[in-house]
Design a protein around this ligand. Structure first.
Ligand code: NDP
Length: 244
């Protein structure tokens, strides 16, 4: 199945590292004009070296107005991938207010901000669009020390469904993907210890964690015109974990 994004402009958040970086690179390979955001200027620079056609924007998505400022000259986005995220792990009794605020600001509030920016522009321009939000298996399963993270991702699933409802009449599809553990920088923080990782992996029918490419493929499929009747879905990329 060949996917082409020729003539489309895609914005990917959290494109400096991990899953987002690979989504940005694969979108370029499929012909899209890509705008990549992140905070780390050196990571954005190295991404630009790898893929010179990518436009990079350094912005802290926690800052609502700075995000709007950074994107104010861009009004041609067709595809949005809300991928940026943080996982700040604490047992419930130790959760700090600062970590709650940061987690919701990056994982949910920035997604609402970008969805408004891109959604308004798509509706005004009367063009169809596709948005994919990167949620997590943790939106639907309890995971030790992940209470705030799980809550942000459950909110992402709910936000995705309401976005699909409100944007559907404008020809804009909105979906999310819900991966299990992927060994990126974020994955390594939570799952490097075999004492924790092994029993968790054992619960997955396929008995392994997900690869970055497996998440990227699902995101590209949902963005593409191979998925024109799919909207409001939360697609597990979890080796069957949520099914059992
Ligand atoms: P990484 O930690 O590798 O990358 C996170 C990305 O988010 C980076 O590009 C980072 O940019 C960006 N980011 C974080 N905070 C901010 C901020 N305040 N402003 C702007 N950008 C920010 O994570 P992954 O690639 O693993 O995760 C990507 C998505 O996948 C996340 O939403 C995560 O929750 C989700 N996910 C990950 C899983 C995993 O096991 N890895 C499993 C399920 C879901 P910078 O470093 O430049 O600040």
């Amino acid at each position: 199945m060949e996917i082409s994004f020729k003539g489309k402009t895609a914005l990917v958040t959290g494109a400096t590292k991990g899953i987002g970086r690979e989504i940005a690179k694969q979108l370029v390979k499929c012909g899209a004009d890509v705008i990549a955001t992140g905070r780390s200027q050196s990571d954005l620079d190295s991404l630009k070296e790898e893929c010179p056609s990518i436009q990079t924007i350094s912005v802290d998505l926690k800052d609502w107005n700075a995000t709007r400022d950074a994107l104010k000259t861009i009004d041609n986005i067709d595809l949005l991938v809300n991928n940026a995220g943080v996982a700040l792990l604490e047992p419930i009794l130790d959760i700090s207010e600062a970590n709650i605020d940061q987690s919701f600001a990056v994982n949910l509030k920035s997604m609402i901000n970008l969805t408004q920016i891109v959604g308004k522009s798509l509706i005004q321009r009367k063009v169809p669009g596709s948005i994919v939000n990167v949620s997590s298996q943790a939106s639907m399963r309890a995971v030790q020390d992940h209470a705030v993270y799980c809550a942000t991702k459950a909110a992402v699933d709910a936000f995705t469904k309401v976005s699909a409802l409100e944007f559907g009449p404008h020809g804009i599809r909105v979906n999310c993907v819900n991966p299990t553990v992927v060994m990126t920088d974020m994955g390594r923080i939570g799952w490097s210890d075999p004492a924790k990782a092994d029993p968790f992996r054992e619960r997955i029918p396929l008995k392994r964690f997900a690869e970055v490419s497996e998440v990227v493929d699902a995101v590209l499929f949902l963005l593409s015109d191979k998925a024109t009747m799919i909207s409001g879905s939360c697609l597990p990329i979890d080796g069957g974990c949520l099914a059992v």
